[in-house]
Design a protein around this ligand. Structure first.
Ligand code: NAD
Length: 481
């Protein structure tokens, strides 16, 4: 490793050209044992205003750097992230409890957005447009949107940041990031690496805070901040969407989900089980695209459920820092309370726990499979964010689609079938932004696939050219000749 980086900066905020301690700090706790791993600067609305002023100055220079040269900085940022893979992975696991084998994977996932945008930066430009009038020449010019305010969640402490920062910085925007309270140190680590890679001062500022509403207010009110990009819950996304309207900011919102997983009788059951387990239980069920509801056709329900229970029962719950652990703790007590309330509600309405069903102390909850889940159960409507798979039986394709689409959310859905015609019918009928056919992980196919939701799951897309366009304004330049 070739680093001169100082771990102390992981508790200081980076803004207005330097690393700052703050009069107040807040603690970050390891969900695996409840112990504090550090006290981080608690930034205020005044700090936010300083960051906006500094961003305004930084933007003037950064937008003039050629796309080719911006891409070179991004490329070095990508390389540094991979050089720092192990400490970054460990820090993420300490902050939010995701098993270390998964956080190592997240470093690659997060870096892949930077790599793709590094290459794409040199291709951002515009086009010459043929005109109807011989005395006019028309061009489109793609220009950076400007200052971007980003707010991110804890469940992918690096990936949810680079999926925003890489296209923003490639486009010539500057970003001010407010990371989640649970995982600010990973964000600060990424800021250090950006500076180490040659990122100019104040192009990527990171300010942790423990008072998100007060800290956010200056951004939402300031007309110089031209874009809000948010990943988190639908409730907070809706609130910020309203606030952003006051200064007519561009918005990207990646919000909650409630993914259905359909298993038809013609599916490869072994494969469906393998993929549903991977989709349901990664990060202890705490991703927006995790399977939340499993629907299986009656003729294969018994065999599928037996295989699912067997595989789920074999998942190792434990210390997330160990390579052997498959499921770690959930991030905090409020999350655990919600999981327990949903499981209790389902059991009270007649469901049975085939495996699991219990909290085991601290923030740990057993990987669980529920059957005979009543249709009005909370778990079939509300995002669970925990390692619990409720299984429901259906009879016809039409019924399966009706149940799958009966949700306020529209982020990800999965269907397993070996009938080609059904595969197309189902893919087209599912009202979801991401559909996996015989695939429980469609979003990890590449950094340039479109990621985003319909309905209450959000606005806009991240990834690939769709993600980049979110940070570009298209200007028409017409010239009379
Ligand atoms: P959350 O909405 O509570 O918090 C997300 C971020 O918003 C945090 O940084 C938080 O500090 C900030 N925040 C909270 N209240 C705020 C306010 N009033 N003003 C400004 N900022 C505020 O969500 P969470 O619990 O951290 O994350 C889990 C949620 O994120 C789930 O619903 C999950 O589905 C969603 N998510 C969506 C995607 C996606 O791409 N669609 C990806 C990951 C997570």
């Amino acid at each position: 490793m070739t680093t001169t980086l100082d771990p102390v900066t992981r508790t200081q905020a980076y803004f207005d050209g330097g690393w700052h301690t703050a009069p107040r700090t807040f603690e970050v706790f390891h969900p695996g044992n409840g112990k504090s791993i550090g006290a981080v600067a608690d930034c205020t609305a005044d700090d936010a205003r300083r960051a906006i002023d500094a961003a305004e100055v930084a933007l003037r220079e950064w937008r003039r750097v050629t796309g080719y040269d911006r891409g070179q900085v991004l490329r070095r940022w990508h390389d540094l992230m991979l050089e720092h893979k192990e400490p970054l992975a460990r820090l993420m696991t300490l902050e939010m409890g995701k098993p270390i084998t998964e956080t190592r994977g997240e470093v690659h996932y997060a870096a892949s957005f930077i790599e793709w945008c590094a290459e794409e930066a040199s291709r951002i430009g515009g086009e010459r447009i043929p005109t109807r009038l011989g005395n006019k020449r028309a061009f489109s010019s793609a220009e950076p949107v400007g200052i971007v305010y980003a707010v991110t969640p804890w469940n992918f402490p690096a990936g949810m940041i680079t999926r925003k920062a890489a296209p923003a910085l490639a486009a010539g925007c500057v970003m001010i990031l407010k990371p989640a309270e649970q995982s600010p140190m990973t964000a600060l680590y990424l800021a250090e690496l950006w500076l180490e890679a040659g990122g100019p001062a104040n192009t990527f500022q990171v300010l942790p805070t423990n008072d998100a509403p007060a800290f956010s207010a200056p951004f939402m009110d300031d007309p110089r901040v031209r874009k809000l990009t948010f990943t988190g819950s639908t409730a907070v996304g809706r609130l910020l969407y309203g606030q952003a309207a006051r200064t007519m900011k561009r918005v990207s919102l990646e919000l909650g989900g409630h993914a259905p997983f359909l298993v038809f009788e013609d599916a490869d059951l072994e494969r469906a089980v393998r993929e549903v387990v991977s989709s349901k239980f990664r990060n202890a069920g705490q991703t927006c695209i995790c399977t939340n509801r499993v629907y299986v056709q009656r003729s294969v329900a018994e065999e599928f459920t037996r295989l699912l229970a067997e595989r789920t029962g074999s998942l190792t719950l434990g210390d997330p820092l160990l390579d052997s652990t498959r499921i770690g703790p959930v991030v905090e007590q409020a999350g655990l309370d919600k999981i327990q309330a949903q499981v209790k509600d389902a059991l009270d309405r007649g469901a049975k726990a085939l495996v699991g069903g219990q909290a085991t102390g601290g923030l740990f909850f057993e990987p669980t499979v529920l059957t005979d889940v009543a249709p009005d159960s909370l778990i079939l409507r509300e995002e669970t964010f925990g390692p619990v798979a409720p299984v429901v039986i259906f009879d016809t394709e039409e019924e399966a689609l009706r149940l799958a689409n009966d949700s306020e959310y529209g982020l990800a859905a999965y269907a397993f079938t070996n009938d080609l015609s059904r595969a197309w019918r189902v893919a087209e009928a599912l009202e979801y932004g991401i559909v996996g056919i015989n695939d429980g992980g469609p979003s990890n196919a590449a950094p340039n696939v479109p990621f985003g939701g319909m309905k209450n799951s959000g606005v806009g897309r991240e990834g690939g050219h769709w993600g980049l366009e979110e940070y570009l304004e298209i200007k028409l330049i017409s010239m009379g000749v």
